[in-house]
Design a protein around this ligand. Structure first.
Ligand SMILES: Cc1cc2nc3c(=O)[nH]c(=O)nc-3n(C[C@H](O)[C@H](O)[C@H](O)COP(=O)(O)OP(=O)(O)OC[C@H]3O[C@@H](n4cnc5c(N)ncnc54)[C@H](O)[C@@H]3O)c2cc1C
Length: 456
């Protein structure tokens, strides 16, 4: 075996892994990243970035369709999937090139190959052994399937759905979480008939129920049907279509079935348990500093239990790199991480839902819902929606929950309020520019501080 050494060896070059590598290099450490495919990982190549490009194409299609309502004459002639694909791939290619350049500029060595953890700690890749003073595990996640359900043919996972070269005329989506509702949004805007099947009682079931209900209303209006509280039983396919049978005995027929039932940790066959790393249901067990059960072996990103989001991976990567370098980084509590679903309308939240706040604080909770119907900018862009703020009575903002077009861009203000434990009374004097959608948040803070302006 050929031996190599570095201060830090990172296994997996996705959001969490490359963030750890970049920060460690910035702090003067020698770094090797081992990546079996392309640096950038799921988020850049198969997740966040390409899906948001698709959603943007979808939004443009809707705007063209609705152009007459704002006095613009335009006709939607169709969706050119080759053009959509070229646009999406071009964005990913540019960001990939940028990331490769950044890693090279920081002097980081990227090794292409499948790595396995071995005692030492070290990572083996074929006949090479990469020994690190510290190792960061960042191997990400994979699309889960249900028992009895195999991907292939007309049964898609998000990876295949992204690469589809046609606009389907009918689609069934299994799973009403973030990925499911985002694809539903895209396909509906492109003209498909879409049915979402969700076992729980609501779409985006992890969100405050006010947002779930608002999204369900908006989707009904858009002609997206949702079979809520309904379980999948089986699927069969022919060359032409796919038939899904539900546990209530009903069947649905479509061109494709997208399975979007969550993502599992990619920790199999990595040699983790053999090297002494403790796993729980496949996830890597870590302490509050993201240390695994093996000294000098750390874990970040989707393999660590919690929110599976790229920006959480970035933050964890930075945290670990700084910790290794002897700095004293502050761990970001999970509830202060913003969550955005980029459907039409968007759903964005941070902090506790009303139900979670009541479970923690009992009756000492107040909420306020500001309807975007009262917000001039929302009226101008033609979106309905709600801003909901949850506070502790005589205490700080505990949660901010938004639904409406473009509200994802507003969640940062909610994050500051929740993370800094601001009271609505502290926020009320901070005026918001007019006319912006951010005013709706300002109105909710004013109302919770007892002085509503454009509300009762
Ligand atoms: C369709 C979709 C849309 C999404 N949209 C968003 C979004 O809008 N916003 C958001 O925040 N998050 C989004 N996510 C989630 C986001 O992509 C993940 O949270 C993020 O990529 C996790 O980063 P990671 O570093 O843990 O893993 P990954 O990004 O998955 O990176 C892991 C890397 O490790 C490599 N690897 C694995 N095993 C080995 C091995 N043995 N040897 C070498 N390399 C290996 C893989 O090839 C991969 O490149 C989306 C995900 C999907 C699927």
């Amino acid at each position: 075996m050929t031996g190599h050494t570095a201060d830090l060896v990172v296994l997996g070059g996705g959001s969490g892994g490359y963030a750890a590598a970049l920060r460690a290099a910035e702090l003067g450490r020698s770094v090797i990243v081992i990546e079996k495919e392309k640096v950038g990982g799921t988020c850049l190549h198969r997740g966040c970035v390409p899906t948001k490009a698709l959603l943007h194409s979808a939004e443009v299609a809707d705007h063209v369709r609705e152009s007459a309502s704002v006095g613009v004459t335009a006709t939607l002639q169709g969706i050119d999937m080759a053009g959509v694909t070229a646009y999406r791939e071009n964005i990913v290619a540019k960001k990939y090139k940028g990331l490769e350049g950044l890693l090279a500029a920081r002097g980081i060595t990227v090794v292409t190959g499948v790595g396995r953890l071995v005692e030492g700690p070290a990572v083996s890749v074929g006949d090479d052994l990469y020994r690190g003073t510290d190792i960061v595990l960042a191997t990400g996640s994979y699309s889960r399937l249900l028992p009895g359900l195999e991907a292939g043919g007309r049964v898609l996972r998000s990876e295949e759905a992204l690469a589809l070269s046609e606009v389907p005329s009918r689609v069934i989506i299994l799973g009403g979480g973030v990925i499911g509702v985002e694809f539903a949004s895209v396909w509906r805007s492109f003209g498909a008939e879409v049915t979402i099947v969700e076992a729980l009682d609501h779409l985006v079931p992890n969100e405050d129920v006010t947002l779930s209900k608002a999204l369900e209303r908006a989707y009904r209006k858009r002609g997206i049907s949702a079979r809520l509280g309904t379980r999948f039983a089986s699927v069969s396919q022919t060359d032409d279509d796919v038939t899904v049978t539900l546990e209530d005995g009903s069947t649905l027929v479509a061109d494709y079935l997208l399975v979007a039932v969550g993502r599992g940790p990619a920790t199999a066959d990595l040699g983790l348990e053999g090297a002494g790393v403790t796993l729980e249901r496949g996830f890597v067990t870590v302490d509050e500093h993201l240390r695994t059960s093996v000294p000098h072996v750390w874990a970040v990103g989707d393999i660590v239990p919690g929110l599976q989001l790229a920006h959480r991976g970035f933050q964890q990567g930075i945290f670990v790199a700084e910790h290794i370098a002897g700095l004293a980084p502050v761990a970001v509590p999970e509830h202060t991480i913003p969550r955005v679903t980029y459907s039409r309308p968007e759903v964005a939240s941070v902090g506790l839902t009303e139900a979670q706040a009541r479970a923690e604080h009992g009756d000492r909770v107040a909420t306020y819902e500001y309807n975007l119907a009262g917000n001039a900018k929302s009226e101008i862009i033609g979106t309905a929606g709600i801003v909901k703020v949850v506070r502790a009575i005589d205490g700080p903002v505990l949660g901010v929950h938004l639904v409406g077009e473009r509200v994802g861009e507003l969640i940062t203000e909610g994050q500051l309020a929740v993370a800094w434990e601001a009271h609505p009374e502290d926020l009320a004097p901070l005026i918001h520019a007019h006319p912006t959608q951010s005013e709706a948040l300002g109105e909710a803070f004013l109302a919770l501080a007892g002085k509503p302006l454009h509300a009762l």
